[in-house]
Ligand binder design. Sequence first.
Ligand SMILES: [Ca+2]
Length: 240
Amino acid sequence: MPFPSFSRRTVRSLAALSVGVAALVVGQRVYASDHQDTPETELNPRMDINDVYAFPGASADRIALVLTTSSPIAGQSASFDPNLLYQIKVDNTGDAVEDLVFQVTFDGGVGAAQRYFVRGPVAPAMTGTKTMLATGGTVTTGNVGSTSGSASGIQVFAGLRADPFVIDLEQFFNVLPDRRPSTGPLATQSGPSAGSFRMPGVDFLKPFNALAIAIELPKSALQSSTAADAKFGVWSTISR
Ligand SMILES: [Ca+2]
């Protein structure tokens, strides 16, 4: 296949291995995987990578890469952090080192007035946990909540979307109470301690939103060869 057909578990495992919150060049580094995995990300929800997805795009030759963050968001008002660098990274040589990156930043606007700036795909100046903002390559800009770019080239959306992750989070905290958040509606135990999920299950995150960055583009822009079995891997980081 021209791109890896990741199962959800595989994508999430990749995220768990690779996703981190990394300092810009120097500074504090914090690792996390997904959905409130560390006290640092729980206390800083906009640094919290929820999930990374690679979906087939609008046509067979296109792919959609999605990074979600900040879930669970109640309501319709949320903004990206203008002091963070959100990245989607691509390895197309099989060595788990990024060959291309998308670097996404935001200005200080609020809600729909906030603007996004998506650089890439571009070869990174630095790899791994150290990062520099790319100075070359394509920059796609638009307002949060809107789509920009072109349907035949790179197309970008950044804004609120329903969190697609499915979990009975309320019961999860009854099963593993040490994972319970220190503040908010889930900070208080909702029922007796439990050893399993409820039957039927409860899609607890259904009414909640996440902040999503979605990038759709031709797969050829991410591949290192035109071979029919060319593969690439995808993961994300958030840096400050
Ligand atoms: Ca590589």
